[in-house]
Design a protein around this ligand. Structure first.
Ligand SMILES: [Mg+2]
Length: 261
């Protein structure tokens, strides 16, 4: 990982799309920070397309699409993209997305509760359309990562997809993920060319669940809290900030905007 200050002016000038994770990339301790919210407005003001990418629920993404300075938001680990156009909230749902009333998800929920009695359905589940979120570390009692891994294995054995974030085990039916949905949206909505325009996309994240994005795109950065996971990563971002969380995101944004002048 090189310092964000080492990004070249040519690299910065070629960016059209700035994509970012939400939790612990633009938030700290669960709160959206003023620096990062201002940084989103600066990106928008510079004419860049701004697209958060998150495992958070449809209900949250409806608010983000309508209220934040963004051009779209990829939610529930790639099940859909929401955006606002001429005052209307539009959506693109992944063709493989399956609603979360699927009987296999109900069975996984029951099996997970037998295996790890303290696991619980995330309190944001009511706002979800496509995935089941099991909370192991958003609210107390905090359970060890090994419990999350046991639940992920139950889900995978049952034929579902599963990903562990820093707080939830997210489980869904249907073959898609954040990265494939992002590429699909950029292509369908903006005419982005996945072969020749790799370097038009810049992604910022903070943790191992961002690795598919770090490995897919050549221009990626992490906020400094990624260093906690340095020994667990297989795919590193190209660049890293000095500061953590939202302050780090603001540092990254200020650097690329200065280098584009
Ligand atoms: Mg994160």
């Amino acid at each position: 990982m090189k310092a964000i200050a080492d990004m070249s002016s040519d690299e910065a000038a070629g960016i059209r799309f700035v994509l970012m994770d939400i939790d612990d990339t633009i938030t700290r301790n669960g709160k959206l920070q003023p620096e990062s919210y201002m940084a989103l407005w600066k990106l928008k003001g510079a004419g860049l397309k701004v697209i958060p990418i998150t495992g958070r629920p449809a209900g949250w993404c409806d608010l983000i699409a309508r209220e934040w300075p963004v051009d779209g938001v990829v939610g529930e680990n790639g099940a859909f993209v929401f955006w606002e156009e001429h005052g209307k909230r539009r959506e693109l749902v992944h063709p493989n997305a399956v609603r979360n009333d699927h009987p296999v998800l109900n069975r996984i929920r029951a099996d997970a509760a037998k295996e790890v009695p303290e696991i619980r359905i995330a309190t944001d589940q009511f706002a979800r359309l496509f995935d089941l979120a099991l909370d192991f570390a958003e609210e107390e009692p905090f359970l060890p990562l090994s419990d999350a891994q046991r639940i992920r294995d139950i889900a995978l054995r049952a034929g579902a997809q599963a990903k562990i974030s820093s707080i939830h085990v997210n489980v869904w039916m249907g073959a898609y993920d954040k990265c494939t949905m992002t590429e699909y949206f950029l292509h369908e909505h903006f005419g982005w060319d996945p072969v020749n325009e790799d370097r038009a996309v810049f992604f910022v994240g903070d943790s191992p669940n961002d690795e598919p994005m770090f490995s897919r795109f050549p221009l990626t950065a992490a906020v400094a809290n990624i260093r906690r996971y340095e020994n667990y990563l297989h795919h590193y971002p190209a660049l890293v900030s000095v500061r953590e969380c939202g302050e780090g995101f603001a540092e990254i944004v200020d650097t690329i905007l200065q280098k584009r002048i």
